[in-house]
Design a protein around this ligand. Structure first.
Ligand SMILES: [Zn+2]
Ligand SMILES: [Zn+2]
Length: 374
């Protein structure tokens, strides 16, 4: 349930507008998320304070609130208020266009600039990367100043249109045939002047803030995949669009599954000599458990068997990748008597066949000497 707005600001129901303003400014400073980087509640509290101030600082809205009118629907949806400035991480672009639209003069809008993009990284386990997950990222960013709401002017005052450039932010001077344009020296290109700059942001209207976002990590991301969160970058300037946030995934390697550049997985699969010679059905690990695959007779070391559709989902969204099992002949270091006897028998049976015969012949040909050196 949303708390009573008077309670949030810690003021009496009969408090005058000055007392409300004072209480709000004090609280907004104390609970600013910038000042409480380790307190996850700070942002929520901050929103609440903004909301309360929005409702109570405007005598009209306050009357309605007191009458239980337009704010009655807010109970179940804290932070979802439909009045401007209510949402701290709300649409900053809108807040800016409202503010700067008001101060506009001379019919020309001051130039807007897009906010900077931000970059961050998240560390994932192999399992999280393969199956997807939700992760919270904390990013240092910028947002509208909580004290002045983004105007850059002390609360109670407002910026005025620059008289020199009439709000255009550009100073044009004719010199003969040429008209030379430069940023207005009076307002520095902002198009407006702030006589009484806000103490919190120094008149910038923007402060450094720490924000947390829940990021949906889709299944099948790789080490180095980038996820774009549109509009979660730094605040735009003078109504410009917000930048984007790019999240790069760092995936801890698995001891079993290697991520191949093509998005499929590879597993080194030990196979005994008899299995490779005679063929066998063997159990192999998959990302969801295990499966059985057929090793055909005469399987060579280093060859691969593929299980289609058993890999992680493709990031293109089209189905799932494959898992390749690369056969590694398992050569035992120690043998028991029975095995030794069997290997001796095998050696005898293979006596006279030299698998290197072709290799040596080919090497001799390419050498051109026609002789094989020892
Ligand atoms: Zn400010
Ligand atoms: Zn100017």
């Amino acid at each position: 349930m949303a708390r009573d707005f008077y309670e949030v600001l810690g003021v009496d129901r009969k408090a005058n507008q000055d007392e409300i303003k004072k209480a709000y400014r004090q609280l907004a400073r104390e609970s600013h998320p910038d000042r409480n980087p380790d307190d996850p509640e700070a942002e929520e509290r901050f929103k609440e304070i903004q909301q309360a101030n929005d409702a109570l600082s405007d005598p009209e809205k306050r009357k309605q609130y007191d009458a239980g009118g337009m704010f009655s629907g807010l109970g179940g949806a804290p932070g979802g208020g439909g009045f401007p400035g209510g949402g701290f991480s709300g649409d900053v672009g809108d807040i800016f266009s409202n503010l700067f639209g008001r101060g506009r003069g001379g019919g020309t809008e001051p130039r807007a600039a897009a906010g900077r993009d931000l970059e961050t990284e998240v560390n994932l386990s192999f399992d999280q990367a393969v199956h997807g997950t939700q992760i919270t990222v904390t990013v240092p960013t910028t947002g509208p100043c909580p004290t002045c709401g983004g105007t850059g002017a002390e609360p109670g005052t407002s910026p005025r249109v620059c008289p020199r450039c009439e709000g255009r932010g550009i100073d044009s001077q004719s010199q003969g045939f040429f008209s030379i344009s430069q940023p207005c020296p009076e307002c520095g290109g902002a198009g407006q002047l702030i006589d009484d700059p806000c103490a919190t942001c120094g008149g910038q209207g923007i402060t450094r803030q720490t924000k947390r976002y829940r990021v949906n990590i889709p299944a099948g991301v790789h080490d180095g995949s980038r996820i774009r969160l549109a509009g979660k970058g730094e605040a735009g300037i003078r109504g410009g669009p917000q930048g984007d946030l790019y999240v790069t995934t760092r995936v801890a390697p698995s001891t079993v599954f290697k991520q191949r550049p093509d998005g499929n997985l590879e597993v080194e699969l030990p196979v005994t000599l008899p299995e490779a010679i005679q063929g066998a059905t063997v159990e192999v690990p998959t990302i969801d458990g295990s499966k059985r695959i057929r090793i055909p007779p005469g399987t060579r070391h280093g060859s691969t068997q593929r299980l289609r559709g058993e890999g992680p989902p493709r990031t293109s969204g089209k189905g799932r990748g494959d898992i390749y099992y690369r056969v590694a002949l398992d050569v035992p270091g120690e043998l028991n008597d029975e095995q030794r006897e069997a290997v001796e028998g095998l050696a005898k049976a293979f006596n006279g066949s030299d698998p290197r015969e072709d290799l040596l012949k080919q090497a001799a040909r390419s050498d051109g000497s026609g002789k094989v050196d020892d």
